[in-house]
Design a protein around this ligand. Sequence first.
Ligand SMILES: [Fe+2]
Length: 246
Amino acid sequence: MLCAALNLYESNEVAEMRKSVYAGPGYTVFKSFIAPDIARDLGKRWFSGMYNHLLHDGFIKNQELAKDTPSFLIRRPNECDWSICHQIWQAPLDETAHNIAMECQRMRNLIEGRPLYYATRIHDSLVMQYRLCRTLSPGVTVKPHADFMEESRHDPSGSHAFDPRRTQMTLFLSDYGTDYDEGGFKFMTNDERYVTFGRDVDVGAGDLVIWKYTNKHEVSDVRVLNDSVLGFSRIVFPLFEGVMAR
Ligand SMILES: [Fe+2]
């Protein structure tokens, strides 16, 4: 799909997606970025707990992330809400997840107009972590906030200077209406309307949403259906500054 022989940065598809993020609703949806079955299986594999013994299970602050930090598990805000954090610069514990994360990052680089492999290597100025996140709790689990709007952070992953170029990605691993309903990922569009992905925008397992990081977003009001182990599951892709120096 991503062939170096083409001028990908100027392809019509990328131009349309870029327009959608910066001058349209504030997000673009890449339907079936991976097959729905692969997305759901990936979520079930990690959220069953079968690989938890491979993960460091003590809290690691963003500010303390270093070159040799192992993959780790955060249980927040409640015991059942997990974020499984893998560093892109380390040997993968899950080849499928790692390859998918690489593909997602290349997609973001195209949208943001950066070098194709930016943030996938330890020596880059920003480097990527990918987090498999599973929310089962109701109520507010990620408070409404915007990134790179100079809002102060208790535990930053780097500078939060205003940067309207920055995007974040959410790769859905579960389905609204099957695994959860009512709420989930809520996002304020460029014209300041709130949408809930899955409910208001047709998004499900395997779909990649690339969205403008300076827009308000939150995770709240998840109601788990059918005793799903997935609840609201997704992968997000934070970038860390200056890891090489730590
Ligand atoms: Fe955020």
